[in-house]
Write a protein that binds this ligand. Structure first.
Ligand code: NAP
Ligand code: 12T
Length: 342
């Protein structure tokens, strides 16, 4: 029998963890035993894994020496404590929080962009999964950077509430239903009404006036592209969409770039689907194309009419799949193939 790997999904009752379990069940990943792990609040509850159900275990007492791989999304403060403990027990941790992304001794990986960095996991046993907005942007930009050398990125995001987690999904649903029934709404997750609105605020405000979500796009682009000279100017906006982030991406390149050349390159690139027919509806959208799907969709490819060597793109992907769970499982697939003898 070929080799299998035992996996713990930590944060298994959450929006990311649930998606990890369904992706593990639907891919050909050689899973042995799968454990669903969350806080003691959920211990004993059941979650779905394919056609089976798993009983949720309490993270505080889970024995990580029983698994080879840990897929973590329990929040930064929880990962900070338990990811190093799991790694010390011999489990390779792939962590979805922002806790370890900027540590020099931990790789930050998008398999289509910098799979080679996974080898660095050996020093700490922890691999960081990038932020959802960074992942889909860099999957689309890496082929263009290799061919034309990107010097500057201006990006505006239109981000789904599922990025914040289950309570935010409920808040958008509840506010929408109440408003359509003429009732008042309360705001618990977001500081302002999210239904029928757009909030220029994701994660916490930083001293420089940017939000942390915006700064993640700067820091993570530099680390993953291994190039600190790329200038990144982001604005991150929350919109009343359940699943799928959209991004208007404007790049400037060293070498001249045409829309036709870019389209040909992107069509040949792994993980990308180009949808760009320049007719009504001939572009990808979050709800209609991306939700529940794996690729990064790219459309509206056109030259910047305001500057030399500029290109504009519209980039859409499912934030819980390629933006989180799918990217983590793809990292695990590279890890077992290249390092764990699958
Ligand atoms: P969520 O729907 O709110 O789920 C949170 C999960 O964490 C639940 O399973 C919860 O378990 C668990 N948890 C919370 N406190 C815990 C504790 N003390 N011990 C063990 N488990 C605990 O949130 P989510 O959307 O899945 O996101 C979870 C984390 O993933 C976020 O904090 C964020 O850092 C990260 N994330 C990353 C990306 C990305 O861009 N790659 C995207 C989204 C989220 P209970 O049921 O027991 O409460
Ligand atoms: N606050 O992985 O609210 O650092 O959409 C991802 C998504 C943090 C992260 C969100 C967030 C992360 C959100």
């Amino acid at each position: 029998m070929s080799k299998t790997f035992d996996v713990a999904v930590v944060g298994a009752t959450g929006a990311v963890g649930e998606t990890m379990l369904s992706i593990l069940a639907e891919r050909t990943f050689p899973v042995g035993k799968v454990y669903a792990v969350a806080s003691e609040r959920s211990a004993g509850k059941r979650v779905e894994f394919g056609t089976r159900q798993l009983v949720v275990q309490d993270l505080a007492t889970f024995d990580f020496s029983t698994v080879q791989i840990g897929l973590f999304s329990p929040g930064g403060s929880v990962s900070r404590i338990y990811a190093p403990k799991a790694a010390a027990a011999g489990c390779v941790v792939i962590d979805n929080t922002s806790e370890f992304r900027y540590d020099d001794d931990k790789p930050l990986v998008i398999p289509e962009v910098n799979a080679h960095a996974i080898a660095q996991y050996k020093s700490t046993g922890i691999i960081a999964n990038p932020n959802c907005s960074t992942i889909q942007m860099l999957v689309a930009l890496k082929p263009l950077h290799d061919a034309f050398r990107i010097t500057r990125i201006n990006v505006c995001t239109y981000q789904a509430v599922s990025g914040t987690g289950k309570e935010a999904i409920e808040e958008l649903g509840r506010q929408t239903a109440r408003l359509l029934n003429g009732l008042d709404v309360s705001c618990e997750v977001y500081p302002k009404q999210i239904a029928f609105n757009a909030l220029p605020h994701i994660d916490t405000f930083q001293d420089n006036g940017y939000t942390k979500e915006e700064m993640k796009m700067v820091w993570e682009t530099h680390k993953i592209m291994e190039d600190d000279t790329i200038r990144v100017n982001p604005t991150c906006v929350r919109v009343p969409v359940f699943h799928g982030h959209s991004e208007a991406v404007h790049i400037e390149t060293e070498r001249p770039i045409s829309a036709d050349e870019a389209r040909i390159l992107l069509e040949a690139s792994e993980g990308i689907v180009v949808m760009d027919t320049r007719v009504d509806g001939g572009y990808p959208t979050a709800q209609t194309e991306a939700a529940g799907m794996d690729p990064v969709f790219v459309g509206r490819i056109r030259e910047d009419i305001s500057t030399e060597n500029g290109l504009n793109l519209w980039v859409v992907s499912d934030n819980l799949r390629k933006g989180a769970a799918l990217n983590s499982v793809q990292i695990a697939e590279c890890l077992i193939k290249d390092h764990l003898g699958a």
